[in-house]
Design a protein around this ligand. Sequence first.
Ligand code: G3P
Ligand code: CA
Length: 359
Amino acid sequence: MKIITILLLCCFCFSVFSQHNSVNDKLVIAHRGASGYLPEHSMAAKAMSYAMGADYIEQDVVMSKDGQLLILHDHYLDRVTNVAEVYPNKKRSDGRYYAIDFTLAEIQSLLMTEGFVVKNGKQEAIYPNRFPLWKSKFTVHTLADEIELIQGLNKSTGKQVGIYPEIKSPAFHLQQGKDISLAVLNELKRFGYDNLDDKIFVQSFDPTELKRIKQHLMPKLNMELKLVQLIAMTSWQETLVYHNGTSTPYNYDWMLETNAMEKIATYANGIGPWKPMLINTKMNQQKPKSNGLLEAAHQAGLVVHPYTFRADINRIPKYAQNFDELLHIYYYDIGVDGIFTDFPDKAVQFLQKNKDKRH
Ligand code: G3P
Ligand code: CA
């Protein structure tokens, strides 16, 4: 998308949406940008989330064949680009198109769109009521492009919006010969992020890699950033452990025990759990209560930033009547410190309406 379009969009958003939130110290983290409105991780979605008043904007980072840091949620290209049409012969035996098999120039020649799945040979949008597939023009950009956008907006607006990069599948990248964590940290340092006071959280699902970052990479680079341990269900196979040519899914079960929080606090500053992990799910459709994980995290000095809050039809859990009630349950009844949301405008407006509340 042309930079002029992004800037026009910013001007439009500034006139329509509210200003920076940061009320009650509760954070709004724009999940892949304002991805409820524009294709995830597009520059336009990032500019829109900035103008909506997000405190932090999220970057999922993967690596290209030529070692460039790309903003993409998957280390595959096929869910959000036309790679299958442009490079039909570059898929691996599992049928997927891996970003790491393509150069940045090849990737930037592709069109990017809303996430889709292919059913019976036809593309179907994962979120049918979001931005339409293949409309307008979006492309994949780099971590440097995005930091320049956010830092540029910080300069021109006088605000201080933070970044929230996630190092995606570091074990996979290492197994493919690429040290993505080292590359990300070097890039962050180049842009001036190097100490605990900087407006940045670095997140990963991989505890082994987070420990390596904390204990080896950051000291070696003379930097110290806040780290967040993302927590997955083991069944998602989010993190693979490679050993002697085979891989097995990392077992996250220990992280859901309250006594895990002290262990995590030895190498991280916060946790990013899937939001149901914080509540007592046995209560079914009644208003849920904390299951104790949040209190244990706070006791250990960790901030708690659950994911992902979506206002789309059928994405609001049955125990909440609407999106505002869902936000109330997590921000105030349970007491989280921030949330990842595809709809940053709604969370900013909710916090402004409730700015006198405390938890
Ligand atoms: O990183 C927080 C949240 O984004 C985790 O889920 O899969 O969207 O990266 P995912
Ligand atoms: Ca993420």
